[in-house]
Every structure is written in C-alpha cells, then in structure tokens.
Design a protein around this ligand. Structure first.
Ligand code: OGA
Ligand code: MN
Length: 283
C-alpha cells in the first residue's frame, strides 16, 4: 500500500480463522510490512480478541482509558447512551491526544508489540489513521543523528504527554500506575533492520540537559514524519488493521467529531520484553 511498508492481506476468513500455515504467512508479512490491512472483517469483540491472541498475550487496558480492566481499548466519541459526548469530556480529549504521532503503550516498562484496530463506525470524511515507517526513517537518518541516538535512552512519560493536551487530563491515579520509563531510542529487528523509537510520550533524553534533549527529539520527529515515510489509511467499514508499534508510529487525523460518529475497537498485543535492561527510572 506504500513503497516502503504496509500491505493488504486478501482472502482471509476470520470467521473460520486462518489455519496454522496461513497464520505463519500472516506473521511473516507482519514482520516484514509492519502494517497489515484486512478488509471486510465484520467481527465482534470476542472474535477480535481471539484473532489478536494468536500473535501473543494481550495487554489489559489501564485505568483512565475507555475499556479499563478489559482487553479492549474503545476509541469512540459515543457515550453509553449512543449519542456523541461533549467536546470537553475526557473521552474527547483522549481521542484528541491520539492525533499526536505515537507508539501505543511506549509509556509502559514493556511497551506494546502490536495493535489491532477494528473500524465499527466511521465518519463520512476524515478520521484516517496515519502510519510512519520508522525503519526507513532510521536507515535514512543523517549520520550525525544516527550518532546522536546510538545507545541513547529516552524517558517516556504518560503524565507529561497527556498534560500537553490538557493539564487536567491525567489523574493522580494514572500517574501512579504509569510512572515515567526508560526506552531505547533505537530498536533492532534483526534481519528487518533497525528502527527509531520515539513518539508523543518521549519527554526527554536521558543524560542530556532538558532543552537539548527536547531539541533532539523535535528534530528527529520532524525528520521522521516527512510525507515520504507516511501511509494514510482511509477506513472502510469493517476494516481491520494490525500494526507493529516497534516499527511504526501512528496518529489519528481530525474529523467532524461533534457531528459524526466514529467508533473503533483496539486490542493490543503485549511486547515480549523491555527495550532496555532496566526500564524503570531510578528514584
Ligand atoms: C489507536 C490509535 C488512532 C485512530 O488505536 O491506538 O491511536 O485513528 N488510533 O483512531
Ligand atoms: Mn494509538
């Protein structure tokens, strides 16, 4: 679907469920293309959980996020009564936060491996999801920036990133459950190369004066999010998209959220380890 990454998988019947050999081919394609699009998958939550779980254990949704305590994240502007929630609600603000380039759960000691998003209700215009190929980005980084990120650690801080959207958005409880963590700035995917690992939660660079670290992050993010690295997914009803949070960043794009409904359901496949030996920030 893009010169660098993202592929469409055709002929998959999720109701029957792919057999073992087919699933291995999907897994290979996922490792290689980082974003997989499956069209026409009219699935419910249970079926989505079942298919996602074949890629690995799922994350449990943290407190303060729609779907807390379950294996689902519900990204929606609809309230429990099925009507659109007010623009100032937590739900709307959290949706707005998704418009910053990010990797899911990069604020956790073991960040997410993959996310699977199912389009249940989509607006007539806008509300695309964009993906940025961070392997191609790393490969293309000028040597000066490659040197700057080599063996570097960024501090990812949910309280900080959400606070930028609205200072009231993050609760004390959330800050307690997701304190800042250390993440490698470069991830190694073996045969698939290396990727730059950053995004909205990356607050500062360890061992660098705050302003200098911020300047580096901003320069890297500006380089990374150039149009040539971006695939924009225009949703159709019942699309299912799987992406590799360790190889791409993603963001939501705006739509007429006070007039039209958008309802998406995500499952998140946990990572199999931290990106650094010691992910916790020393007290
Ligand atoms: C997500 C996410 C963006 C969107 O599901 O993690 O950031 O377009 N979604 O809904
Ligand atoms: Mn996300």
């Amino acid at each position: 679907m893009h010169d660098l990454f993202a592929a469409e998988v055709r002929g998959l019947d999720l109701v029957a469920g792919p057999d073992g050999a087919t699933f291995e081919r999907i897994r290979d394609a996922f490792e290689r293309f980082s974003v997989l699009v499956f069209r026409d998958q009219d699935i419910d939550d249970e079926r989505q959980i079942r298919f996602s779980s074949r890629f690995g254990p799922l994350e449990t949704t943290k407190v303060g996020t729609n779907g807390a305590g379950s294996q689902l994240v519900v990204l929606s502007n609809l309230g429990a009564d099925g009507t659109i929630v007010p623009p100032t609600s937590r739900q709307m603000l959290n949706n707005r936060a998704n418009q910053f380039w990010h990797a899911d759960s990069s604020f956790k000691p073991v960040p997410a491996r993959a996310s699977m998003l199912s389009a249940r209700i989509i607006p007539s215009a806008g509300g695309d999801t964009q993906y940025c190929c961070m392997r191609a980005v790393y490969a293309d980084l000028p040597q000066r920036l490659k040197d700057a990120v080599e063996h570097r650690v960024a501090i990812h801080d949910y309280g900080w990133s959400r606070g930028r959207v609205d200072p009231e958005l993050v609760t004390e409880e959330e800050k307690r459950v997701v304190p800042p963590v250390r993440q490698a700035m470069v991830l190694d995917h073996g045969a698939c190369g290396r990727s730059l690992y950053l995004g909205a939660h990356a607050a500062r660079v360890e061992g660098m004066p705050e302003a200098e670290g911020r300047a580096l992050i901003d320069e890297l993010m500006a380089f990374a999010t150039q149009e040539r690295y971006v695939y924009s997914h225009q949703w159709r009803p019942h699309d299912l998209v799987l992406w590799d949070n360790r190889a791409v960043l993603h963001r939501a794009t705006p739509f007429r959220g006070s007039a039209e409904a958008r309802h998406m359901v995500r499952t998140t496949i946990a990572g199999d380890g931290p990106t650094v030996a010691v992910p916790h920030v020393a007290a």
